[in-house]
Design a protein around this ligand. Structure first.
Ligand SMILES: *[C@@H]1O[C@H](CO)[C@@H](O)[C@H](O)[C@H]1NC(C)=O
Ligand SMILES: *[C@@H]1O[C@H](CO)[C@@H](O)[C@H](O)[C@H]1NC(C)=O
Length: 611
């Protein structure tokens, strides 16, 4: 907390030197700052009334920030109007500048006016700044039952390179407890609004440190990484797939986590955690899904009206400080709402960021997958991004689909603006894949006819004919086996769902009944499986697939055992109302093994379905 004080002292020394060099004779006749601390993303709206008190026209206004704030500045926007009364404002371009003779502890931005401000004229300037990682959790570690407290540090005076005649600062707090705040003359805390000022005739670069320490339990949802894939299909769909890796970025959880405590009194015993995330999707979004590495998650809710579709997702466990989760959401959008054509080119026009509310994305990667054969790719984004191109192959692609990749760090809801990707595409290309299919079918057809003719000509007793019969038989049996395994997987899902229900309702009895039913089903399926396996094993045609099948049986068996064991442990611990860290650890290690096994089983099944 020493930094603002040091900065204040330093600025005092430098004021005199710089003030004279502060070029333009601008005077801020009024500065009102509104700071919004209700979420973990801090927004500051500064309304300035700037007067040209010199004799020369001025075309730039400087904005100053201490470096410690500037490094967390995710967005800055300025809107200006000239005249005595505030009219319709227009956006002013902003750039980082390094005026000569300024202290290195400060970062400067310059807002360029559309036309110079003449002598004696007044400019109304609104500056919106948005900061991430501005609120520091203090203490940095809390227990499950604690509220989260955070610290905000700033100056009660507006840090301005120009003299300020009248100024105020108001800070909106989320409404919980306020531990402490710096009190100067003219400081008031009313409800959850903290006010400093008005202060009059403050010289340039005045910095008067304040510290506010308060409760903030709003979700500190931070995506360490989000990969958004936007795939355009000229057959009528834009498919969006978003892979999230989300962490609770607030005070870390220390000590044990008790799920039982959490379930009995989620509000008191988990007030700093969050359980839901809300995504606002376009109104006409369809085929929406939400899954993680284990499978589909059914506890999501969907509402829609004519303006938007709202998806509320609920991860498998509540997120406490420092906890992470990964999941994927996907949805389709109608092509005609997002892809247009102009001047012989087509273009995609869609929002850049995540549809999740109040989320900070530390690394956002947007991949726009264009149809195969797209050319002359060009992008227009409202802010700088890293860009490169890749190629993606999917079924039937010959040359692959061009992929334009955009990457940006520290993305906040304010970056959820439209961007455009322009490309040239020939409609003939659209016909290539269907033509390939048609040609393919035709060739297959010809081959079949040829084959039938040859087959007719060979004897029904020939070895090749017998081998073919045997192979057909093996294939039919393998199909039946696959069906049984899919039924097993469905039973696995039911077990998972019963655990999830348990976490909401606490009803151990029906959870146990679900396990019993699953056990019976497993036995039943095992009985059906046995003769089929024997038949495949005894066939001379099965030497290639038998090892895979054997592997599948073993893996599924292991998965079954693990699922049942975990299920029993969880239900048991809920019943006995005790849950130690070691049990918690064991369950989460099992969770990982289960997910891995499930993947192996699914890929083996996939392999079998392709024989
Ligand atoms: C998951 O849900 C989606 C959409 O509802 C569905 O298409 C898909 O088949 C489901 N997957 C599994 C493994 O259940
Ligand atoms: C993109 O879409 C937005 C919202 O519909 C619209 O305001 C904007 O003008 C569009 N941009 C272009 C270049 O068409």
């Amino acid at each position: 907390m020493a930094t603002p004080l040091r900065l204040a002292a330093l600025l005092l020394v430098l004021v005199a030197a710089f003030a004279s060099a502060a070029r333009a004779d601008l005077v801020v006749s009024r500065a009102d700052r509104k700071v919004d601390l209700t979420s973990h993303i801090v927004r500051v709206l500064t309304s300035l009334k700037v007067e040209n008190a010199g004799s020369e026209p001025v075309s730039k206004v400087l904005l100053a920030f201490p470096n410690i704030q500037a490094k967390n500045l995710a967005a800055i926007r300025a809107f200006g109007t000239e005249g005595k009364v505030k009219g319709l404002s227009s956006v002013l371009p902003i750039e980082v500048v390094e005026p000569s003779g300024v202290p290195p502890e400060l970062t400067f931005f310059s807002a360029s006016l559309h036309k110079p401000l003449q002598k004696g004229k007044i400019l109304h300037l609104d500056v919106l700044t948005v900061f991430t990682h501005f609120l520091q959790p203090f203490p940095e570690e809390i227990t499950q039952a604690d509220s989260q407290l955070v610290v905000f540090q700033d100056s009660s005076h507006y840090l301005s390179p120009y003299p300020v005649k009248v100024q105020t600062l108001s800070i909106r707090l989320p409404g919980g407890r306020v531990e402490s705040y710096t009190k100067y003359g003219n400081t008031k805390l009313v409800d959850s609004e903290l006010k400093y000022g008005p202060y009059e005739d403050v010289p340039p670069f005045s910095y008067n440190p304040i510290i506010v320490h308060f409760e903030n339990n709003n979700p500190f949802a931070v995506a360490k990484e989000l990969i958004r894939e936007i795939e355009i299909s000229h057959w009528g769909n834009v498919q969006i797939t978003e892979h999230y890796n989300i962490v609770h970025g607030g005070a870390r959880l220390k000590g044990e986590f008790s799920r039982l405590d959490y379930q009995s009194r989620p509000y008191a015993r988990g007030v700093s955690s969050f359980r839901h995330l809300i995504a606002r999707l376009p109104a006409r979004a369809h085929s929406i899904y939400y899954r993680d590495e284990i499978g589909n998650i059914s506890t999501s809710h969907l509402w829609s009206d004519s303006k938007k579709t709202q998806l509320e997702i609920e991860p498998r466990f509540p997120l406490f400080g420092g906890w992470q989760t990964t999941f994927t959401i996907g949805y389709g959008l109608p092509l005609q709402d997002f892809v247009f054509s102009a001047d012989g080119k087509r273009f995609l026009n869609i929002t850049f960021g995540s549809p999740m509310e109040e989320i900070l994305i530390e690394k956002l990667i947007v991949k726009v997958v264009l149809p195969e054969g797209s050319k002359d790719i060009d992008v227009s984004a409202p802010f700088p991004t890293n860009q490169w191109q890749e190629v993606k192959y999917s079924h039937l692609d010959i040359a692959g689909r061009p992929v334009l990749v955009l990457e940006k760090p520290d993305v906040i809801p304010e970056h959820n603006l439209h961007f455009q990707v322009y490309y040239k595409f020939n409609n003939i290309s659209l016909l290539i894949e269907p033509m390939m299919l048609i040609t393919g079918f035709f060739l297959l057809f010809v081959a079949c006819i040829a084959y039938m003719h040859t087959d007719m000509s060979i004897s029904k007793n020939s070895p090749s004919y017998l081998a073919k019969l045997q192979w057909d038989e093996v294939q039919a049996t393998v199909q039946q086996i696959q069906g049984i395994f899919h039924q097993c997987l469905a039973v696995h899902d039911k077990l998972e769902t019963s655990l999830h229900d348990l976490s909401r309702t606490g009803d151990a009895k029906s959870c146990k009944a679900a396990r019993k039913a699953a056990d019976a089903q497993f036995k039943e399926l095992a009985k059906e499986l046995k003769p089929l396996l024997l038949s495949v094993q005894s066939s001379p045609q099965s030497y290639q697939i038998w090892p895979k099948l054997d592997d599948l049986v073993a893996k599924e068996r292991e998965l079954q055992d693990k699922l049942m064991a975990r299920h029993a442990t969880v239900v048991d611990s809920v019943e006995k109302k005790q849950r130690g860290q070691d049990i918690e650890n064991w369950i989460s290690s099992q969770q990982q093994k289960i997910a891995a096994l499930r993947q192996e089983v699914e890929s083996l099944l996939e392999y079998l379905s392709e024989i």
